[in-house]
Write a protein that binds this ligand. Structure first.
Ligand SMILES: [Zn+2]
Ligand SMILES: [Zn+2]
Length: 267
C-alpha cells in the first residue's frame, strides 16, 4: 500500500491531515470536529477508528478544536509537548470546567525523534506565537514527508529539516498586498506579518527559489487565508519561484483547502 499523505482540512477554520504507512495511520492535528474528521476520512476511504495516534503541532484552536472529543472517542494516544499540553488543558478547563483526561497523552520534546508504529516522527521548533509550536518530518518505507505550517518565517534550522523530503506540506498563508489592504484591524495584521505569525506567499516563494533543494515530488500549499489570499495567487507565486526546477524535477504544486479534502498523495 505504501505511504500516503492527505490534508483533511487546512486554514484558520481548522487543520487536520493524515500521514499513513502500510501499517500505521497518524492524524496530524485535530482542528475540525470529531464528526467532520470521521466524515472527511470516510470520503477518502478511511475509517477514523483505524487511527493509530494523533500528533499535535500547537494549541491554537484551529489545530485542537476536535481533539478532546476525538481522543475520548478513539482512545488513541495523543502525542504532544508538555508546554502545548498545559496550554491546551488550560483552555479546555476554561471552556468546560473540566481537565482533559491524560491517560492517552504521550509527551515528546522538540528535537527528539520518536516512533509511532513504523513511522519515525521528528518534531522541530518553529517560530510562532504559541507555547511550544513544532513542525514535523515523518519517515517510513524510505519516504520522507516535511510538514510545517503556522510560522512567521523559515529559519535555517527549519530549512534544514525540509531537505530531502519527497512531499512538503508548507504554509502559504497570505499575499502581503492583500493582507495590507484587507479588512483586518492593524494589530491583527501586525501579528500575522510578525516573525511569530504566519508565512506569506512571498516568504514561501523566497524559500522555494533559494533554499529549497528541489527534492520533493509534491509541494502542498497549506493554511491559506480565506481573507488575505487566493488559491490562484498562492499557486502562481509558488510555481514562479520554483521556475525551471519545477519542470526539471517534476515538482507538482497542490493546494490544501479548508472545505474540501485533498485527495491522498500516494508514494
Ligand atoms: Zn493555524
Ligand atoms: Zn497557530
Amino acid at each position: 500500500m505504501g505511504v500516503s499523505v492527505s490534508v483533511l482540512a487546512s486554514g484558520s477554520r481548522g487543520n487536520s491531515a493524515l500521514v499513513e504507512s502500510s501499517s500505521t495511520r497518524i492524524l496530524v492535528d485535530a482542528g475540525i470536529s470529531c464528526r467532520e474528521t470521521f466524515k472527511r476520512m470516510k470520503s477518502i476511504g478511511n475509517d477514523a477508528r483505524s487511527l493509530t495516534a494523533i500528533v499535535i503541532t500547537h494549541e491554537h484552536a484551529d489545530h485542537v478544536d476536535g481533539l478532546l472529543v476525538l481522543a475520548r472517542k478513539l482512545k488513541v494516544p495523543v502525542f504532544i509537548t508538555g508546554a502545548t499540553h498545559q496550554a491546551w488543558a488550560r483552555s479546555v478547563r476554561d471552556a468546560t470546567g473540566e481537565l482533559p483526561d491524560t491517560q492517552t497523552i504521550e509527551f515528546f520534546s522538540s528535537g527528539h525523534s520518536f516512533q509511532i508504529g513504523d513511522i519515525e516522527v521528528c518534531p522541530f521548533t518553529i517560530p510562532h506565537d504559541a507555547a511550544d509550536p513544532v513542525g514535523f518530518t515523518f519517515r517510513a518505507e524510505g519516504v520522507r514527508i516535511g510538514f510545517v505550517t503556522d510560522l512567521g518565517y523559515l529559519p535555517a534550522s527549519v530549512c534544514d529539516h525540509l531537505r530531502a523530503c519527497d512531499v512538503l506540506v508548507l504554509e502559504s498563508n497570505h499575499d502581503l498586498e492583500m493582507l495590507r489592504a484587507g479588512p483586518y484591524p492593524w494589530s491583527v495584521k501586525q501579528r500575522v506579518m510578525s516573525r511569530v505569525g504566519h508565512l506569506s506567499n512571498e516568504k514561501l516563494a523566497e524559500f522555494l527559489a533559494r533554499d529549497y533543494d528541489g527534492s520533493a515530488t509534491f509541494v502542498v500549499l497549506a493554511h491559506l487565508s480565506e481573507q488575505n489570499n487566493h488559491p490562484e495567487i498562492a499557486l502562481r507565486a509558488a510555481e514562479k519561484a520554483l521556475g525551471r526546477r519545477r519542470t526539471l524535477l517534476q515538482n507538482r504544486v497542490l493546494l490544501a483547502r479548508q472545505s474540501e479534502v485533498m485527495q491522498p498523495i500516494r508514494l
